[in-house]
Design a protein around this ligand. Sequence first.
Ligand code: SF4
Ligand code: SF4
Length: 234
Amino acid sequence: MQETISPDRTNPKIAITPEQADRCLACGTCTGVCPASESVPGWDARKAIRALALGLDQEVIDSAWPWVCTLCGRCEYNCPMGVELVKTFRACRGARERDKVPGTLHQGILMNLERGNNFGIPRDDYLMLLADLGVEMENDPDQPCPGFYVPVDKEGANLLVTINARVPYAEPDNLKFWWRIFYAAKEDWTLPAVNWDGVNWALYTGDDVSMKIGVTRIIENARRLKVQTILYPE
Ligand code: SF4
Ligand code: SF4
């Protein structure tokens, strides 16, 4: 059952506690190893942590810095004081009002909560596409795959496969690359009929509530279909 989420729902405020930032020596090692340094005028990893240490949380939250940070973790790995920069910058993203999340990320999350994928592809269209692509692959004039079909909701398969919704939305033929590997390997796999999007945009936006719903749905699919292994192609 899909959870009912109001489209104007805002993310719960994530408190940024000063304990982590207070350890900072201002050594600048984080900025020195950061691939995003100089991406946002006036900001870098060290400055953002110092601003948080000084209680200027809102300035950091309102800045572009947390969103250009790739969350790669190089700063944290090299920090001599063990400051959890990744967690801190992601928390800054989560603390921003949802209608100020850059781009279409939050709209995609709401779409996913409502329809089970970030692009809002209706279930019937998705199932029809899978069936059509399966027939195309089976009868491909250059590389036919006799007997191939897309196994949807197959109980007890070895592998539960998730999809990036952008692929069926914009590049559906690319789904066949994975499927050809499965076919050649005689893999026992399945795609879920619902909640099949494996790309969790809430991870990027710092939205823990929505992220948990997305992850839980994938796990529920695995349990429902009695599949032990989940594949995230992205
Ligand atoms: S590396 Fe650590 S201690 Fe040094 S400036 Fe960055 S956060 Fe502060
Ligand atoms: S996690 Fe962000 S701040 Fe740290 S090194 Fe990577 S891009 Fe820079």
